[in-house]
Design a protein around this ligand. Structure first.
Ligand SMILES: [Zn+2]
Length: 267
């Protein structure tokens, strides 16, 4: 006997609207009463606003439901509109179908892949054009239900981050190429490069192995479940690189300002 379905919480409904790919489903164990409970208190959403070009909070604005069906849920279609808290002209919309004991997302504007991809544009300072586009492609594939393929693109970005570090390190006078060549496995190479890589990557050096195992051993559905976790991992690594770069830029600008001030005082 399968376990009884648990009623989704408001937070799970929020996550479903924010992150679920098209045709993903949310259980409605009590049919209409489960749906009514969710729609009576629509959760606010956190999402990247494609017009503001930064993360924002979206408040529920309206839906098309005026009369609920009296009996069982059958082919019940409705939409939900959300507005950006900075400007009410910036909207997000969802089109949903409730049928039997499940709710499915069957339409979304802006497209989930576009929202996530726009949010990744901040990484253009620390990723080449090719790998930024690979990262966006990974998000697009996952949003269209391609599991293993989306992980392949993420793994390539990860490999590029390691390769870039090796290329930079190998021209340093203290670099020990012979010692590095003896290392067969990537986790050992990461350990060797630990002072040059973001801390998050070094602490989670088995991450690459997990992605590879996912590509080779997991089903498409399991890969899709792994995808947001793997994407979070890559973003954590990239966030650290962005932070390092920002602090370097701040230092350089402070140094230039101090020099200019010293020059002014002398003059
Ligand atoms: Zn906005």
């Amino acid at each position: 006997m399968s376990a009884p379905l648990v009623e989704p919480t408001r937070d799970e409904f929020r996550k479903f609207l924010e992150e679920a790919a098209l045709y993903d489903k949310l259980p409605l164990p009590k049919g209409m009463s489960s749906l009514m409970r969710l729609l009576n208190q629509p959760p606010p959403l956190d999402a990247y606003c494609d017009v503001c070009e930064r993360p924002s909070t979206f408040g529920f604005h309206s839906n098309s439901v005026s009369v609920y069906p009296a009996g069982e849920l059958e082919n019940f279609y409705f939409d939900m509109t959300y507005k950006c808290s900075r400007d009410g002209d910036h909207v997000m919309g969802f089109y949903l179908r409730a049928h039997g004991v499940e709710l499915r997302k069957i339409g979304q504007y802006p497209a989930l892949a576009d929202i996530v991809a726009a949010g990744l544009s901040d990484y253009r300072k620390v990723l080449s054009k090719e790998h930024l586009s690979g990262l966006k492609k990974a998000v697009g594939l996952a949003a269209h239900g391609v599991g293993a393929g989306s992980l392949v693109y993420l793994r390539r970005v990860f490999e590029a981050l390691i390769k870039e570090t090796i290329d930079l390190a190998s021209v340093e006078p203290t670099w020990d190429q012979a010692a590095f060549d003896q290392l067969r496995y990537l986790d050992k190479k990461i350990e060797f490069l630990k002072d040059r890589l973001p801390g998050f990557l070094v602490e989670n050096k088995h991450f690459y192995g997990l992605m590879s195992a996912g590509i080779h051993n997991l089903s498409e559905q399991e890969c899709l479940h792994l995808f947001p976790i793997a994407l979070d991992g890559i973003c954590a690594i990239l966030d650290q690189k962005v932070d390092v770069q920002k602090s370097r830029e701040r230092e350089e600008s402070a140094k230039a300002n101090i020099n200019a001030l010293a020059h002014l005082i002398k003059a």
